[in-house]
Design a protein around this ligand. Structure first.
Ligand code: SF4
Length: 360
């Protein structure tokens, strides 16, 4: 069996009902979907349209835009027309903006039950969404829970998140509308884990996972993947967003790395890189980044190892399709664990292109 033929261990999936968003299925037997959100002013058509395209090229399968004012609502029809991924309208406070978003042709709505207003307003939005076939995510956030859950949240934050979602779902049941998803978010990963586990025990509504206000790049990825990794490994979660106080392209990349680590998505070829130490003979960070760039379109099951010296080179190369281990003047290139050639450092870039091309 070749290195690339090995069978990965894959996280199980909990069965949920399937919802169709634009031309994308979520839940059921669909792959766990990756979504993100624009950071531009939505009314700035050019900037928002451009960012949607960048996020789609990075692999985002749904892109959410905030619809917070008239300018945003007016920009939506053109944004929807120009987007090559389904767009999700994020609504807080003003239910009229939800109605306008449906008219604009968005593929999905996200409403916050803590601030969307009275039951009548929610009913109006759900009925309009049902008529137009637009699914809705009930996005519950601990930071914006309705005040009726404040007392419960003080003693049982996860319980308050779940209860808020269940109460909102009653409207969907009354109107017999099943195209609904739920997210139960907090900035505390353990609260997210607890809330999503409890919800999964009692409902087949698909869950969108996320840790809200997770933080800057390193902290945000760590806090998000801590919660989502546990849940996904237990089979809970149908879509994900890693929220970062940084470029949302990183959110998409990090989400695919997480899903790939769990065996849930193929993702991109995996580049194994050493953390470097005093023995290092090459700029590993630059080399690993170059390899990632060259390998970005390879099949996701390919593995390339980049080692800063020869200490672990042969060992790591055994588990890789292509191994690169730097020496003082030469770089050793392994193919499926076998030393294939040694090249001068000056030739490395050209050799990398050639060797990575062979992995297609
Ligand atoms: S592979 Fe070499 S340079 Fe990299 S961490 Fe290990 S010993 Fe250090």
């Amino acid at each position: 069996m070749s290195v690339s033929d090995r069978q990965p261990v894959t996280a199980p999936r909990r069965p949920t009902r399937q919802v169709t968003v634009g031309d994308l299925t979520i839940g059921g037997d669909a792959p766990v979907r990756v979504q993100t959100m624009t950071t531009t002013i939505t009314g700035d058509l050019l900037a928002t349209g451009q960012q949607i395209m960048e996020l789609a090229s990075a692999g985002a399968e749904l892109v959410r835009v905030t619809v917070n004012d008239d300018a945003a609502a007016e920009a939506l029809p053109l944004l929807v027309k120009g987007a090559n991924v389904p767009l999700v309208a994020d609504i807080h406070y003003q239910h009229e903006l939800a109605l306008r978003s449906i008219e604009a042709g968005v593929a999905k709505l996200r409403i916050n039950p803590g601030n969307i207003g009275s039951r009548d307003k929610v009913r109006e939005v759900v009925q309009a969404a049902k008529d137009a076939g637009v699914p809705i995510r009930v996005g519950v956030n601990k930071g914006s829970l309705h005040r009726r859950y404040e007392k419960l949240a003080a003693t049982d934050p996860a319980g308050a998140l779940v209860q808020s979602a269940l109460d909102e779902l009653e409207v969907f049941e009354q109107l017999d509308y099943r195209d609904v998803l739920v997210s139960l978010k907090s900035s505390e990963p353990m609260e997210v884990i607890e809330a999503c586990r409890r919800f999964a025990k009692i409902s087949d509504v698909p869950q969108h996972l996320g840790v809200t206000e997770a933080g800057t790049l390193a902290a945000g990825i760590a806090r998000s993947t801590t919660a989502m990794g546990v849940l996904l490994a237990e089979g809970i979660g149908d879509t994900v967003r890693i929220s970062l106080a940084d470029d949302p392209v990183y959110e998409v990349n990090a989400a695919f790395h997480m899903l790939q680590a769990l065996g849930l998505r193929e993702g991109k070829a995996r580049v194994v890189a050493c953390p470097t130490c005093g023995r290092v003979e090459v700029d590993v960070v630059a080399l690993a980044n170059r390899v990632e760039e060259l390998a970005k379109d390879l099949p996701g099951d390919r593995v390339i190892s980049v080692l800063g010296c020869i200490v672990n080179g042969p060992g790591e190369a055994k588990a890789a399709d292509l191994g690169i281990a730097a020496g003082r003047t030469k770089v050793a290139i392994y193919r499926k664990g076998v030393l294939h050639r040694q090249v001068d450092k000056a030739e490395l870039d050209a050799v990398l292109e050639e060797e990575i091309e062979r992995l297609r």
